[in-house]
Design a protein around this ligand. Sequence first.
Ligand SMILES: Nc1ncnc2c1ncn2[C@@H]1O[C@H](COP(=O)(O)OP(=O)(O)OP(=O)(O)O)[C@@H](O)[C@H]1O
Length: 766
Amino acid sequence: MTQRTEQTDNPEKPAPAEPVPGGNGAAAAAPGTDADGRSDGTGPGEPRAAAANGGRPTAAEQDGRPADTGGRAAEPGADGRNAEPDTGERETGPGTDGQDGRPGTDGGDAGATRDTGDPQGAARSPEGAAEVSESEQLLFGGPLRYDAGWDQHTGSFLELGLRTMIARMPRLIASTVRLAHRADPRALRQVASAEFGGGVAQAVGLVAVNQVLVQVLAPGATSERLTAALPALLAVALTALVGALLRSASTAGTGRLEPKVFRVATEEYLGRVARVELTAVEDEEFHKLLDSAQWGAESARRMIKYCTSVVTAGISLIAAAGVLTVLHPALLPLLVLMTLPSAWSSLTIARRRYVSFHIWVQHARASQLLGRLLTDAQAAPEVRVHNIGPFLLRHFRTMAETGEKEQTRLARLAARTGLIASGWTGLATAAAYGTLGLLLWTGAMDLAVAGTAVIAIRTGSTNLEALVVQLNYLYEESLFVADLERLCQEADRRLIPPTGQALPREVGAIRFEKVSFTYPGEDGKPALDEVDVTIPTGRIVALVGNNGSGKSTLAKLLCGLYAPDSGRIMWDGVDAARADRAELFDRIAVVAQDFYRWPFTARINVAIGRPEAPYDDDCLDAAAEYAGADRTIGSLPRGWDTLLARGYKGGHQISGGQWQRLGIARARHRDARILVVDEPTSALDAEAEQRVFDQIRSLAAEGQTVVLITHRLHSVRHADEIYVMEEGRVIEHGSFEELMRPRGGAFRRMYLVQSNQYAYAGEETG
Ligand SMILES: Nc1ncnc2c1ncn2[C@@H]1O[C@H](COP(=O)(O)OP(=O)(O)OP(=O)(O)O)[C@@H](O)[C@H]1O
């Protein structure tokens, strides 16, 4: 059996947080292991965050946005586990020299890691994007980056101009609104009306403020002026109250919508992915898309908040701009003049921080990987025996120090960029207020209007800044949501057909007729080449042959996991390619060499063979006894209810052989008509192995069809038919006696090699 992923017994570990520059840690955990600790091939063996948003920095993190402006810091994650530390300090986080968005190109600062006298040394990364410590160069051959689907979006929003982003915004908002509508239309209506009402309240409030100023600044006695201003003052207070109520209604609605949107989006893609063909799951491109798209659900959740912020800022801006235009036509250009530089600078700083974060995070990621290796249970024996600890620690220090230097440098640059930006904003503000003063001076505008204008301009500029920054976040999250949509479309295209031709109730034999199959992406030799195999009902058919000869592939085609490229697999008169696949799956139970070790209780590990059947002890005890797993269950601290996952409280570890017995019990519990056993005894002791083969024989006697794949040729003596495979072809077949007869036969030769290994010295078999 050829395995694509390596199986380990490591349970999933909670992802360590990747600290944020200038901050106190945020989760930017790495991909690498799946639920039961197997490598999932998406990362360099680092644990993947179980939290849906754990593995990549969010737009808010990337921009170093403080937690209180809606970033995910301190928010419970999808699984409620990723309450993150407040990242507010990031606001003072890194920036860059501002030339090309990359650090290190600025003469004054760039030498920090390039100094020839630097004891750590540093090298340019191949992309020239960041400084790489000698340790990173030595251990990883350059900067440590993920090869995951989601990483493709890193920085992609930097490539877009503000105009393009704004142009795409209506479509993005529309798709989020559609998702929200599916999740909870009432909550959506609540948010929409609260936001709209808030905008109207703001506009009315500004008009009322203007009225207050008009009355207060009118000629006459103070008491008279104040009395005249009272209704307008009440209107100001009332609109403020209504605004606050509407804001809280919007917050409540958004809070209700977010988790529902996450659930709906997650269900949509998980439901589909569980039903796609195996070829899709094994397809690299599909996997990359999956990698990326799985963040889409969390992004969709966050988009609700960003969308609301964008809509809020947009409506408030329109309200302020509308009031200003009504007050005086010259005021609108003033608003634009004053707010554009500060909006531009927020965007620039946000983008620079984003770049810096990614550069810094490479160093942090690399050093954290070393930290994890030092504490990894699997690496532990070698770390000790080969004295690897000091070696890894030395490199850990080098990388961490490179990260620290980067952080210091970026903070300095951020301060400088911030100062320049503030200067521009100051100039623009001075120009705006200067113009306002001039209008007053020349009598082109009266004092009450100017007072209202100052308030409206301040509100408008705050909203415009917020709008630009929120658009950024929204855009980046939308990339992942778009991936989610693409994944759903791709999954739909590759779904296992939900219907098909019914299989005969009683099948006489399954016949492989000239079946050829090549794995997708392997354009070399076919894994099966014109294979003819007959599997009669109620018989034991054994498949033997060298590694890679195609035995497991044949079994997978039999199970309906792959379809032949040419040839047919006939279930009597029905071609499996056109059969109802659900019915076909229903007839088969598999004990594969790499059967899945579910991180659940022993009970579920057996019962999952037939998930719809009862889970009670009576049903399961029989299967356990059959597989010789009864003693294992008896020895577990909580019997059937013992959690079989290391690393969790109450979790228990069992040996490979004990797992194998549970796997056999699972297949027995499934009680299907055809049992496919692929290397069922590789981890069993000799006695247990003998017992398993005896039971397999007894199954056939009861009428069950057994397809047995094994390298232990002694155990196929009782098979009714043995197929010998070599390089994807059947080279011999017959009963054991028939195959042992010809002197030069391949089976006989293999059998004698094996049996000679067990012969006493001086004795030779055959
Ligand atoms: N998922 C896969 N993707 C691509 N190639 C594969 C895949 N699985 C198997 N192969 C290739 O197909 C060929 C047949 O593999 P298969 O696993 O069927 O052999 P096998 O006879 O079961 O081997 P073993 O005795 O080692 O288990 C091999 O060349 C193998 O590398």
